[in-house]
Design a protein around this ligand. Structure first.
Ligand code: NAD
Length: 432
């Protein structure tokens, strides 16, 4: 009916899908231009090296067999093995995995890690399956990937919907299917439980790194963090640890949201109690200490800082116009659309870009991999110390590049990374 008479339809026009990979391709192109690397560097970085898709059957608890689709994108391995998370979420697509893998190439180069970039995942809802099903899905996926991954080839880690427990199953599957001396291949994944070869400090690493960036920003801007307020979207690994660490610096979490909805508490939430609640209940839904608000209301709340820590594409032009904060600290990957970023910058709202701001996770993953290679266990102080130095160095490099080239912090972070990659290409050149 509405096809014949479109004016009869009162439904709002659907928003165009956020083209995540195209956006990242654009940033890479702009980054290449900023530091003037040879055109072939841009050509190579514009597409991933390998795109692996596997379909694999899993026996469900009721005896039925279901087919799952898994992805692993290997973007670039110039600087070292491919490195990046595995996402279990219904929204996983090949295109988004390509975007996230390319971001990992840039992130690892920015942090000066001996890694390239990769990313992958499975398109399904991990909250809708039992623990035993989740284990079988994980194991069949990693079995299907076989020797495409490995401690010197491609090293997955946790991302949205995956955690240390899933990494332990992944490591065990690799050890038992691909083989090799078991202790020697522990580094096939990072983000493992500490007793199974993980490192102290990995669980909170992304949040911790984000807090180091926020602290540096506050110092630069002469901004007092004590007494400041934050709103956080996504209260999983990144969102919850960021909130908890910031609370120790006197920053109060006054609104929070996840896939089930949003809560507001002007007195401030206790992030530790909320973390416990989410561990038990898998979401913030039903948490008694806050008032339910809509997503629209959440984006309008007056606060000092907004930390997106959920999914990409969350801050479009509309949300950017609504936000009433001084700083957007990107815990998530790709939370701002280019239109959203434009509005934020026009409004004078600072952005700590994902490539820099959430790189604490992969940095501590590198420390875990080094400990696995050396059969060592570092203290939490050692991990924390190294991370702090690494984050502060990268922050300064990005600020300096932004000043020198008069570009945004986001473009500056791509430029620092691409400069490093470009230098190695110019030394090694292209085979054959
Ligand atoms: P997680 O699975 O632990 O948490 C994800 C959170 O996002 C959950 O609270 C979930 O409810 C929420 N969420 C999902 N869909 C949502 C929606 N439509 N609206 C609002 N909230 C929604 O994942 P995580 O590891 O914390 O990752 C979060 C983000 O940080 C992702 O963009 C990820 O790529 C990025 N990141 C994670 C790490 C890491 O070490 N885990 C490192 C770097 C970047």
């Amino acid at each position: 009916m509405s096809e014949e008479n479109p004016t009869l339809s009162s439904a709002p026009a659907p928003k165009p899908k956020y083209e995540f990979f195209k956006t990242i391709q654009h940033y890479i192109e702009a980054g290449c231009k900023t530091v003037d690397v040879p055109e072939y560097v841009h050509t190579i970085l514009s597409q991933p090296k390998n795109e692996i898709i596997v379909n694999f059957p899993v026996r469900m608890d009721d005896g039925s067999i279901k087919l799952f689709k898994g992805y692993r994108i290997q973007h670039n391995n110039l600087l070292g093995p491919y490195k990046g998370g595995m996402r279990f979420h219904e929204s996983v697509t090949l295109d988004d995995a390509k975007a996230l893998a390319a971001m990992m190439t840039i992130k690892c180069a920015l942090m000066n890690l001996p890694y390239g970039g990769g990313k992958g995942g499975i398109k399904f809802n991990p909250n809708a399956v039992s623990r035993t099903e989740l284990q079988r899905i994980t194991r069949r996926f990693f079995h299907a990937l076989g020797s495409n991954i490995g401690p010197e080839t491609d090293i997955p880690a946790p991302d949205v919907g995956t955690d240390s427990r899933i990494m332990a199953w992944a490591m065990d599957t690799y050890m038992n299917s691909v083989g090799g001396e078991k202790q020697a291949v522990k580094g096939v994944v990072t983000g493992k439980p500490v007793a199974s070869g993980g490192t102290l400090g990995r669980e909170k690493a992304t949040g911790q790194g984000l807090v180091h960036c926020i602290t540096e920003w506050a110092e630069d801007k002469n901004f007092q963090l004590g007494g400041a307020t934050i709103i956080v979207q996504g209260f999983g690994n990144v969102g919850s640890h960021t909130s908890a660490i910031l609370s120790k610096l006197g920053v109060s979490l006054i609104a929070v949201g996840d896939h089930t909805g949003y809560l507001y508490n002007p007195e401030g939430f206790n992030p530790y109690k909320l973390q416990e609640y989410v561990k038990r209940n898998r979401s913030i839904e039903g948490y008694p200490a806050g008032k339910k608000i809509s997503r629209e209301e959440f984006f309008k709340i007056k606060a000092d800082i907004f930390a997106p820590a959920a999914l990409e594409g969350q801050i479009g032009a509309e949300e950017a116009q609504a936000l009433n904060v001084r700083l957007v600290a990107e815990g998530a990957n790709g939370p701002c659309t280019p239109e959203g970023e434009k509005v934020l910058l026009e409004r004078g709202i600072d952005i700590l870009p994902d490539i820099l701001a959430n790189s604490g996770g992969v940095t501590v993953s590198y420390y875990e991999w080094v400990q696995n290679k050396r059969s060592e266990q570092w203290t939490l102080e050692e991990v924390d110390d190294r991370l702090e130095k690494a984050m502060k160095r990268a922050y300064r490099e990005v600020v300096d590049m932004a000043r020198e080239k008069k570009v945004s912090m986001r473009l500056a972070s791509y430029a620092v990374a691409i400069n490093r990659i470009g230098q190695v290409y110019s030394e090694r050149e292209i085979f054959p």
